[in-house]
Each structure stands twice: as structure tokens, then as C-alpha cells.
Design a protein. Structure first.
Length: 333
């Protein structure tokens, strides 16, 4: 429960933040660093420069698909896992929130499972942690065990971290940062089993092959990355967007089954994708065709049937002239 005296506001300067939160990062509304906690500055080393962008400092490991700090807060429920881009072996986890009306963003980080490795690599001491942090006491207890026990514990921690990272990577398309086919199939099966209300959008890029053939695969990869960013911007955190292969995408719009709503979402996505893109001074002109189906059209929705209907809807959109969205009703056999 949060409470404060009427008419009182707590203002913390960077010196106070550094004292109580030595692993903090204060950002402006654009995601540029305003101040670093002293311990975090040791982790980031030469990268701890005021004005540095969040995405230049960290690779986001969770939530999947997030790159900027704004996306982290929007998709992760203020919880996240990061990896410094400077090569320091310190996986970080933390909490974040926006401060008041100024739009500043405060992140408070910790080492999580990588505490022992971080302490050894960076030669951290009690002075590098908040006085209330039990990290060093826990470390002393670990060091009191035998060498074999310490190594086994360290190995287990590293394996667990590797397992979590591998699971996240296995569900993510590396080119766009969206979910992949495996992930969206799992979500679709779960939504169908729960008889949940959702819209399913199957999208294909028009004229994408021409971009690849005339400008090369690097230009094609650029277009795919831009489309991934557009989908993240147009959808909510609870929705699921995936690249399922080549220039094909699948979107699950959770809790939305109204035809006008789904049509509007699809048309906004199409309008954004149709806007001119430029790669190394060369225009990359593509459009998008979308087929739409609704789970509520079936008393017993099945993933295979919805996908088949969405594919037919997509074919209808392309046959009608491309660059448009078509909704078909999925009916039981």
C-alpha cells in the first residue's frame, strides 16, 4: 500500500539514489541515461556515459521482443532481464517505473543468479551494495563451503540461466524480435482449449520478392525488421505477433472479436507497412495483405481449422488486389 502526506512530495537527488540504490539507472523520457548507480557503472565500465541510450547499453532477454526501455515497461509489467552489451558476464534483472509527470524512468537492477560470477569478475565488495542488501552475507556463506560444493552450485546456476535463455531464444524470431512459429502455435492451442475470444490475422507481404531480387537479402531483412517494429507498435502487450516463415506473419488479437475492430487493426497495420521504406538510399516498396478469422465463429474452435480459414481469407485479399484485409467466417464441418 502506498501513502504519503498531503502536499508532500519526495525528491531524491542522484547522490541519494546512488547511496540507497547503487545499481540504479535513471533515464529521461527518451530512454537516455541521466545517472548511474556506482555499482552499475562498474558493470557497464566505459559505456556508463550520460546520454547513452538504454538499447545501446543492454540487450533485453525478457520480455521477448522488447528493445527500448519503453517497450520493456509496456511488455514486462515493469519486470525484466537484461544483459550488458559490453561483454561483462553479469545477467541482470530488475524493476522499473516512470516518475511523476516528468516522464523520467527509474530502473533498479540486481545480479540475480549471476551474483557470484559478477562479484569475482568485477572484484565487488560490501561497499558496492546497499547496506540493506544481503548479497555479500550470502556470498560469504557460499564461500564457507568446500570448493567442490561451490563449483557445483555455480554450475547449476549457469545451467539454469542457460536453460532460461535457451527457452526464450527458442520462442523468438531472431530477425524481427517477434515470436516464432513454435511460440504462436502454443499460444493458439492454449487459446482454443480455453474457448477464449480472439481474432486471428494471417499476413503476407506483397512485392517482398521484388525487394530481395533487386536490392538483395540485406534489404529484405531490413524490411522484415521494420515490419516487426510496426506490429509491436500497433498491437498491445497481451497480443501475440509472430513471423512464421519468410515474409509471412501471424497475429493473435486477444479478447477482440468484433469485425469492425479487427478490420480497423488490420487496416492500420497495412497503412503503416505501405509507407515508403528506404534502405541505403534505395526505396523498398511493399504492401501487406491480411486474412482475418474469429474464434467466436466456432462453438469448438480448433487451431487447424482457424488457420485454414485465415489462409483462405489471405488468398481472397490477394486475389482482390492486395494491400487489403478480408474477414471470412470460419464454420464447423
Amino acid at each position: 500500500m502506498h501513502a504519503e502526506l498531503p502536499g508532500h512530495r519526495l525528491d531524491l537527488d542522484t547522490r541519494t539514489l546512488a547511496h540507497f540504490m547503487p545499481m540504479h539507472l535513471l533515464l529521461d523520457s527518451d530512454g537516455r541515461a541521466l545517472s548511474f548507480g556506482p555499482t552499475l557503472a562498474r558493470v557497464l565500465q566505459d559505456d556508463a556515459i550520460p546520454g547513452a541510450l538504454f538499447e545501446d547499453l543492454f540487450e533485453v532477454r525478457s520480455p521477448g521482443g522488447a528493445v527500448t526501455v519503453q517497450e520493456v515497461l509496456a511488455r514486462g509489467g515493469n519486470r525484466f532481464r537484461l544483459l550488458p552489451r559490453n561483454g561483462v558476464r553479469a545477467g541482470l534483472r530488475g524493476l522499473g517505473m516512470r516518475l511523476g509527470d516528468e516522464g523520467k524512468i527509474l530502473l533498479n537492477l540486481s545480479f540475480g543468479n549471476d551474483l557470484i560470477a559478477a562479484v569475482r569478475e568485477l572484484a565487488l565488495t560490501d561497499a558496492d551494495f546497499a547496506a540493506t542488501d544481503l548479497a555479500m552475507e550470502l556470498l560469504y556463506l557460499a564461500e564457507a563451503n568446500s570448493a567442490v560444493t561451490r563449483e557445483l552450485r555455480g554450475l547449476n546456476l549457469r545451467l539454469e540461466g542457460a536453460r532460461m535463455a535457451a527457452e526464450e531464444e527458442a520462442m523468438t524470431d531472431p530477425l524481427t524480435g517477434l515470436r516464432n512459429r513454435r511460440a504462436v502455435d502454443l499460444v493458439l492451442e492454449r487459446m482454443c482449449a480455453a474457448r477464449a475470444s480472439f481474432g486471428l490475422l494471417q499476413m503476407d507481404l506483397d512485392f517482398f520478392k521484388a525487394v530481395n531480387d533487386t536490392l538483395g537479402h540485406a534489404a529484405g531483412d531490413f524490411v522484415l525488421g521494420a515490419v516487426g517494429q510496426i506490429l509491436r507498435e500497433q498491437l498491445r502487450a497481451e497480443d501475440c505477433a509472430a513471423r512464421i516463415g519468410g515474409d509471412e506473419f501471424l497475429v493473435i488479437v486477444v479478447g477482440r472479436s468484433d469485425p469492425k475492430t479487427l478490420q480497423g487493426i488490420a487496416e492500420r497495420i497495412i497503412a503503416r507497412i505501405c509507407q515508403p521504406m528506404e534502405f541505403e538510399g534505395q526505396p523498398c516498396q511493399v504492401s501487406a495483405s491480411i486474412g482475418i478469422v474469429r474464434s467466436t465463429d466456432l462453438a469448438d474452435p480448433q487451431a487447424a481449422q482457424l488457420l485454414a480459414t485465415a489462409d483462405r481469407a489471405l488468398y481472397s485479399a490477394k486475389h482482390a488486389g492486395r494491400g487489403r484485409a478480408v474477414l471470412l467466417v470460419s464454420r464447423g464441418e
